[in-house]
Design a protein around this ligand. Structure first.
Ligand code: GLN
Length: 249
């Protein structure tokens, strides 16, 4: 009787340890973009700040997990996730149907869309048709690039690929590319900050941003992110973070 009791106890304790292990996040590696203001960018002291960075910090504090942030660039961040060098990605990453085949996403935390931007003193480009025979800058692996690729044959332009948003804008400003395609929340913010570009066409439908893990992996981390995000929304902390970077008035 005594022996059986002890055996059951050992099993119970083992079960608890395993269950606990499965739900615990511990220390994780989160990959992000290098420059994608207002979601991730460096402040004058070179410290990473932005909506994604602050959200992640607040969620980790709320859910009691620790992490190392790796600003790698968008395409590189997704590659790091895929190869197991990162546990999650927060990088203004759009929740697209295609990506859902490979990744599990958190609840959406910010709505987006794709816009074309041109140099602010350009008065000749008024529509996609005016891109004919010209170069168009896009950022590798992004929803903006996918959109540009989808209309390339129709409007007959050439695509130039960049790994980072600022290089893409620069190519438009020096006149090598006639336009670039970028997420509206980022381009709108950049224009307001005086990045030298302007938008002359409407916004294309895009997907909302979500935190991503590889499908079937890091379930505890994803669940913690979702719980934390819900808590931040309920407490008003989420809105405070948004307001810190984007003035809605
Ligand atoms: N939202 C876009 C995407 O997911 C771009 C993200 C980025 O450049 N950081 O493709």
């Amino acid at each position: 009787m005594k022996k059986i009791g002890l055996g059951i106890m050992v099993l119970l304790v083992a079960g608890m340890v395993f269950a606990d292990d499965k739900d615990k996040v511990g220390k994780v590696i989160i990959a992000t973009d290098t420059t994608f203001a207002p979601f991730e960018f460096q402040d004058p002291q070179q410290k990473y700040v932005g909506i994604d960075i602050d959200l992640l910090a607040a969620i980790a504090a709320d859910q009691k997990f620790t992490y190392t942030l790796k600003p790698l660039g968008f395409n590189a961040a997704v590659a790091a996730l895929e190869s197991g060098q990162a546990d999650g990605v927060i990088a203004g990453m759009s929740i697209t149907n295609e990506r859902k085949q490979k990744y599990n996403f958190s609840a959406p935390y910010y709505d987006s869309g794709v816009v074309m931007a041109i140099k602010n003193d350009n008065n000749t480009i008024k529509s996609y048709a005016d891109l004919k025979g010209k170069k168009v800058a896009v950022k590798t692996g992004t929803e903006g690039a996918t959109f540009a690729e989808s209309i390339q044959a129709q409007y007959n332009f050439a695509l130039v690929y960049f790994d980072e948003s600022p290089f893409m804008y620069e190519d438009v400003k020096i006149g090598n590319s006639a336009a670039c395609f970028e997420d509206y929340p980022v381009m709108g913010y950049g224009i307001a900050q005086g990045n030298g570009l302007k938008i002359v066409t409407g916004m294309e439908k895009g997907s909302s941003y979500g935190f991503a893990v590889v499908k079937g992996k890091n379930a505890a981390l994803l669940a913690a992110f979702d719980r934390g995000l819900a808590n931040l929304k309920a407490s008003g902390a989420y809105q405070k973070i948004i307001d810190k970077y984007i003035s809605t008035k």
